[in-house]
Design a protein around this ligand. Structure first.
Ligand code: GCB
Length: 632
């Protein structure tokens, strides 16, 4: 982001007044947090999806610009904002007024598509368009005296430049996390001209790079809103139950009156009120012993409490679950009890033959219901990038534990400090958006990255950042391991040096699909670990096209092969003493341009359901397995 400033992450310590529990000392400020300050967005606008906003979603004009003409002239000289497509010109009027004037674009009269949605859904010609797209929307914004206003993008994939009424607001890199620009004083009561350039093209230095195993869904893929706040407002809060039985709340205010402000955090159903006063930095940390009557959030009892945060003229309300998550030896511990994670991976793609990454509450519920109720699951790996806040809120409500990941996927430029900065910023934006979601229990910093010194230090920096921003959750990464054959059995040793930095080991394993190992040999696999930590099999899977059957031969791409693969891999899983969870690859078939054989036709077919939600045989194998596991 271009608009960033130094911002310490945690509050100073202040006096706490509580109505139902004894006064407790607030936590000390972690010494190394200043190191992460530059990564935190200028405005967090926590809980913005629940503020009273003006929605800017709906119809927008869109206009392709494959040669990026709108950015620079024909000799490559960048336009200043008065000339490029971000300028505030009424093209039709200007050309009528002066016959000598002409423009090579007219955004306000370009075709119309619906936001949020990837542009892939707008027209058949855009199916494989990967490049720069200009968006334009006119809107009215009646003045709100004394308020501040922000345009918030819940996500735009991949790089975004924003212009309002001819002012360049800034830019943002990264396709899956929210960002905002302050527009106080720039709005007109009627006829605002919002122009957004979204470039879906990635470079070798991007996160992720150009090559992934999923569709690049370019565009304004999540909501756009105009958020209004009082002059001084609650920008950030972090409210949680800690393992020592405290409810803690860190609150950060933005605005001229942020110092010395009274702050109140209350949970009426628990008769709990935390009170304090912000310090010179606008921050306060509050805590109190959790009331006896607290019902802890869990997948079986996903209790959410209404929580209100008040500071000056600002009031935020949220729905928050309270639970603890830890690791003890090789076990994952939820609310003090060991839990086995019965999960599956999920891409952000709605059911249907032509998905365009439109994650409405209904679309999200349909996907998560298949995991929770269809598969008897309690856990979902949201791979390979931060999914919509609609999904993490839905997981809170429905009771599914969540693994959240940033797209440090395969071979990013581990040696490039700018690439690291991009990844670190994404991680910060993801954590600050979701650290009040009880469902989220694991921050993952990478997937299947090749071990090297550069990679180890890159991922170490990310793992430490996750801990510094949120010490209440577990940190992991999906890793690869080598496979040997010893005395006729498959032998796997987990020894990735990154694991020293992780709470949970996670391994993607595809024996029986990729590699030379035979599917029949998978159950006898012997796993060794050099670490006393829990393991999640973060991926395993095999492809089949729903409806393809070969009961006798059971060849690849048949439902029988995939079902047999699941039976054998689950038999292997049963023998891993330090196993704490599973997230096979994947709930449903998803678009992947690299998959082009007869059965695939542009889809990765490792779903246990088709793209339309038809359950394959393997679905029932997994569902039965989880049913038994749930009863253990
Ligand atoms: C993996 C990747 C995942 C792929 C999957 C596959 O290991 O993490 O993104 O889609 O394998 O199908 O090969």
């Amino acid at each position: 982001m271009t608009m960033r400033r130094h911002k310490p992450l945690f509050a100073a310590v202040f006096t706490i007044l509580i109505t139902t529990a004894p006064v407790m000392a607030a936590p000390a400020k972690p010494a190394d947090n200043a190191a992460y300050a530059a990564l935190v967005p200028q405005f967090v606008l926590v809980n913005a999806d629940r503020r009273d906003v003006l929605s800017l979603s709906g119809p927008w004009h869109y206009s392709v610009d494959p040669y990026k003409d709108g950015m620079a002239d024909f000799h490559g000289k960048p336009y200043d904002v008065t000339k490029g497509r971000g300028s505030d010109v009424n093209v039709e009027q200007a050309m009528k007024n002066d016959p000598d004037v002409f423009y090579e674009y007219d955004l306000a009269r370009a075709p119309v598509g619906t936001v949020p949605s990837a542009w892939i859904g707008y027209s058949p010609e855009l199916r494989y368009y990967n490049g720069l797209m200009w968006y334009q929307k006119s809107f009215d914004a009646p003045a709100k005296a004394g308020e501040r206003q922000f345009i918030r993008f819940a996500a735009a994939d991949y790089k975004t430049m924003v212009y309002l009424n001819g002012h360049r607001l800034g830019e943002h890199e990264g396709g899956f996390t929210p960002f905002s620009f302050e527009v106080t004083g720039l709005l007109r009561p009627t006829g605002n001209n919002l122009v957004v350039a979204v470039d879906s093209e990635r470079t070798p230095d991007s996160v992720p790079t150009q090559v992934t195993d999923w569709e690049t869904y370019g565009g304004l893929i999540r909501d756009v809103t105009l958020v209004s706040t009082p002059q001084t407002f609650i920008d950030d809060d972090f409210i949680r139950l800690t393992t020592d039985g405290q409810i803690k709340a860190d609150v950060a205010l933005e605005g001229d009156a942020r110092a010395g402000q009274a702050v109140e955090v209350s949970v009426p159903a628990l008769k709990l009120t935390l009170k304090g006063t912000t310090g010179a930095d606008g921050r306060v940390s509050l805590s109190a012993a959790a009331p006896k009557g607290l019902k802890r959030w869990s997948p079986d009892t996903p209790t959410l409490y209404d929580v209100t945060v008040k500071a000056g003229a600002d009031v935020l309300t949220d729905r928050i679950g309270f639970r603890t998550i830890e690791v003890k030896g090789t076990q994952i511990i939820l609310n003090g009890q060991p839990i086995f994670l019965r999960g599956i991976c999920l891409h952000e793609e709605e059911f249907g033959p032509n998905p365009s990454r439109r994650i409405t509450p209904e679309a999200s519920r349909a996907l998560l219901s298949e995991i929770k109720h269809g598969l008897n699951g309690n856990y979902v790996r949201l791979s390979h990038y931060p999914h919509s806040e609609v999904t993490t809120r839905m997981a809170d409500e429905m009771g599914l534990l969540v693994w959240s990941e940033i797209p440090v996927y395969w071979a990013v430029k581990f040696g490039n400090p700018d690439t690291l900065k991009t990844a670190q910023t994404m991680l910060a934006e993801n954590i600050l958006r979701d650290r009040n979601r009880a469902s989220v229990v694991i921050w993952s910093v990478a997937n299947e990255t090749p071990i090297s010194d550069a990679r180890n230090s890159f991922l170490t920096a990310l793992a430490r950042e996750a801990k510094a921003l949120d010490g209440s959750r577990l940190v992991s990464a999906a890793l690869l391991t080598g496979t040997k054959t010893i005395d006729g059995h498959i032998d796997i040793t987990i020894d990735d040096p990154l694991i020293h930095e992780l709470d949970v080991m996670a391994v993607n394993t595809y024996n029986g699909w990729y590699g030379n190992a035979k599917i029949a040999d998978v159950p006898a696999t012997v796993w060794h670990s050099s670490f006393n930590k829990p393991l999640i099999l973060s991926e395993f899977g095999a492809e089949t096209l729903a409806g393809v059957h070969e009961p006798e031969r059971q060849g690849r791409f048949t439902e029988e092969y995939q079902a047999k693969y699941y039976v054998n891999t689950l038999a292997m899983a049963d023998k891993i003493p330090f196993l704490a969870g599973l997230s096979p690859w994947i709930l449903k078939d998803f678009r992947s341009p690299r998959r082009q054989n007869t059965w695939q036709q542009g889809w990765n077919r490792k779903g246990v359901e088709s793209e339309n939600g038809e359950r394959k045989q393997a679905f029932f194998v997994l569902s039965d397995y989880y049913w038994k596991k749930a009863g253990e």
